[in-house]
Write a protein that binds this ligand. Sequence first.
Ligand SMILES: [Zn+2]
Length: 77
Amino acid sequence: MGRRHVKEYRPDEALSLISADREGKPLRCPSCGSDAVARLPARNPAEGPQGRIQLTCGACTRLVAYIDRAVQTAGMR
Ligand SMILES: [Zn+2]
């Protein structure tokens, strides 16, 4: 089978997808416009920051991963 080529978002696309996820907005692929974006792990507001988040578009298979830090948790207002 060989190595799987992983398609990644361009930096500006990745950024807009990540910020949508951070703000709790519906996820839409910035590359192909599909709303079939899968999030791993699934959103769980009760748990707070979840560490490594991976977002994958089911249509064009692009993906981006980022680290969810405790940026907007208690004590920051
Ligand atoms: Zn896509």
